[in-house]
Design a protein around this ligand. Structure first.
Ligand SMILES: [Zn+2]
Length: 309
């Protein structure tokens, strides 16, 4: 049996066989989304066929195919970007740069490595635009990350090559009640994951302030870092952590954390602490759009990115 992911890639390669087909698709996707003039904010444009650009009908300012999206300042062909995005979105778990390099027959590992991080960064930035609301599960777990290069000596000697990074998960969920049986369950909507640097309550408070609507209801374990959460949201409900809370109150938080750990560990083996957030951004972006199917690729193509890696 052919897996659906493989089908997607075959379809992709058929549809995007060269740079021109990639550019045409980019034009179609961006036109559908709508072009906004950087100079006068007008939405009225016409297409300059020979130049591969839009021209503003009001002020004449021109917008290129790459302008305002994550590949804006890159010299790499649009096809390379598109292929990388296709690999990253079609594969359920993810791919690593060396695999892309092999598949693309590309000479430089670092080029693909930076390109993938740029894509992850755009994914994170896109999800940063949304706040979580209603009922939110809040929990933490430790992720093993590789130590710094300065600790190479230790790696060689087989000494401790890993340390733990603290990751917070925030899972927006809605309660469901089966009216015939009275059984309670929860459906989960969106996730966010953030690496915590200090685990102090100030950092937790900032995270809540930045990511939650103030009308939310937050569920968490009891922790001294969580004491102020109630000041930022409507209600904060704490329960002492036990086996029961992991399958009820914090069900989706636990599922997401263990899936993230399993996925990241099986694909990347050793992630450096400073890049962990980018891998989490990719994981959450795909998880939040798990029902998008093939639309995921088009959405990602036009995602903006002003932040370097
Ligand atoms: Zn204009």
């Amino acid at each position: 049996m052919i897996e659906p992911n493989v089908m997607n890639l075959l379809h992709f390669i058929e549809q995007f066989s060269d740079e021109v087909s990639c550019k045409s698709h980019m034009k179609k996707t961006r036109s559908k989304e709508g072009i906004i003039c950087k100079k006068c904010q007008s939405k009225k444009h016409y297409w300059l066929k020979s130049k591969w650009m839009w021209q503003c009908s009001d002020c004449g300012f021109r917008t290129t195919l790459r302008s305002g999206i994550m590949m804006e300042n890159s010299n790499l062909p649009i096809r390379t970007w598109s292929l990388a995005m296709a690999f990253m979105t079609y594969s359920k778990k993810g791919v690593f740069a060396a695999e892309l390099q092999r598949q693309f027959n590309h000479s430089r590992y670092t080029t693909l490595w930076s390109l993938m991080h740029r894509i992850r960064s755009a994914m994170g930035k896109r999800d940063d635009l949304y706040d979580l609301e209603d009922m939110i599960e809040f929990d933490e777990a430790y992720f093993a990350v590789a130590t710094k290069a300065s600790d190479k000596q230790n790696l060689k000697k087989g000494r401790g090559s890993q340390k733990q990074s603290n990751v917070v998960v925030m899972a927006e969920s809605v309660p469901l009640e089966d009216l015939t049986t009275g059984k309670q369950s929860k459906q989960c909507r969106y996730f966010k994951m953030n690496v915590l640097d200090t685990h102090k309550k100030e950092e937790v408070n900032a995270l809540i302030g930045d990511n939650f609507e103030d009308t939310s209801i937050v569920f968490s374990d009891k922790s001294t870092s969580y004491v102020d959460i109630g000041n930022y949201v409507k209600v904060h409900i704490t329960e002492k952590s036990n086996k029961q809370t992991t399958i009820t109150t914090l069900k989706w938080a636990h599922i997401a954390l263990s899936n993230a750990k399993r996925t990241l560990l099986s694909i990347y083996h050793k992630i450096k602490g400073k890049y962990l957030q980018l891998y989490l951004d990719e994981f959450c972006y795909k998880l939040n759009r798990r029902y998008f199917g093939n639309r995921l690729f088009d959405r990602l193509t036009i995602a903006d990115n002003n932040i370097g890696i």
